[in-house]
Design a protein around this ligand. Sequence first.
Ligand SMILES: C[S@@+](CC[C@H](N)C(=O)[O-])C[C@H]1O[C@@H](n2cnc3c(N)ncnc32)[C@H](O)[C@@H]1O
Length: 164
Amino acid sequence: MGQFDWTPDEYLERIRSRIPRYDELQEEAVKAIPFPPTRVLELGMGTGETTRRLIEAYPDTWVVGLDSSPDMVFRARQTYDDVQLARMEDPLPDGPWDLVISVLSVGDLADEQEQALFRRVREHSRSLVIGDSFAAGELARVVEWCDGEVVWQAEGLAVVRATY
Ligand SMILES: C[S@@+](CC[C@H](N)C(=O)[O-])C[C@H]1O[C@@H](n2cnc3c(N)ncnc32)[C@H](O)[C@@H]1O
């Protein structure tokens, strides 16, 4: 998202005004989950919009979230039990995971960081779902790096799914 410094209180209003199809992107990311997951890792959890929908769809799922913003972690911990202050470039919490999911969060990583992240995800997770906005050419690169497929696309937004 570039220069992400919104507070948790203003986050939803600002993201919806910047990305009018934000809620649709969230819904499509959850729809893309390839099988009912038991253990999920969410990268860049923010205020927990994806997790909320995911738990609604799969009530027995245990979600571990991580985010590099102390304010976001503080907010998410008010609702979710396992939220860690961590960067996705660093070693991930111990798996194995049924699913790693991330919405609007991996796009600011450098190309090499993103590729390294996808390699680590592949070693520790049975599936990956990425929902994000993609510049021209970027979507094809992400699909190749994570060995995934595009399952939804609209107005510069897309959801990519990989099953390992
Ligand atoms: C645009 S918000 C998306 C939040 C949430 N996933 C959603 O869909 O509403 C991006 C989030 O990723 C977090 N983030 C950005 N870079 C990160 C990194 N390198 N490691 C972990 N979290 C990061 C930010 O703090 C922020 O909460």
